[in-house]
Design a protein around this ligand. Structure first.
Ligand SMILES: [Zn+2]
Length: 101
C-alpha cells in the first residue's frame, strides 16, 4: 500500500480529500474518478441530497493538471495532489462562495 492525499480545489468544495492507494491504479483518470465518486457517495450516504445534486452538476468540470502516475509514485508521502475546478464557476452557488471572501 502506498497512500497519497488527493484534494479538491474549487470555490465550493475546497478541502475535501481522500487518501488513495496509488498502487491500485493504472492511470491518473481513475484516481480522479475515485476521489470524485467518493465525494458524491459521501453526500448521498449522509443524506445531503442538495449537495449531492449540486455536486453531480459540477463534477464533469473537475480535472488534474499535468500529472502522471510516475510523478505520483515518485512523490513524497506528504505531498498533496489537487483536483481542480475553476473554469466557468459562475452558477449562483459558486458566486456565493467566491463573493464571501
Ligand atoms: Zn485546473
Amino acid at each position: 500500500m502506498k497512500l497519497r492525499k488527493v484534494q479538491l480545489s474549487c470555490p465550493v468544495f475546497w478541502g475535501y480529500n481522500k487518501y488513495i492507494d496509488i498502487e491500485k491504479y493504472n492511470n491518473v483518470d481513475d484516481i480522479l474518478k475515485q476521489v470524485l465518486d467518493s465525494c458524491e457517495d459521501f453526500f448521498k450516504e449522509h443524506n445531503l441530497m442538495d449537495m449531492y445534486e449540486y455536486f453531480k452538476t459540477i463534477k464533469p468540470a473537475y480535472h488534474i493538471h499535468d500529472l502522471t502516475l510516475e510523478m505520483i509514485h515518485n512523490s513524497n508521502p506528504d505531498d498533496v495532489f489537487y483536483i481542480c475546478r475553476h473554469d466557468n464557476c459562475t452558477n449562483h452557488i459558486d458566486k456565493l462562495f467566491i463573493n464571501r471572501k
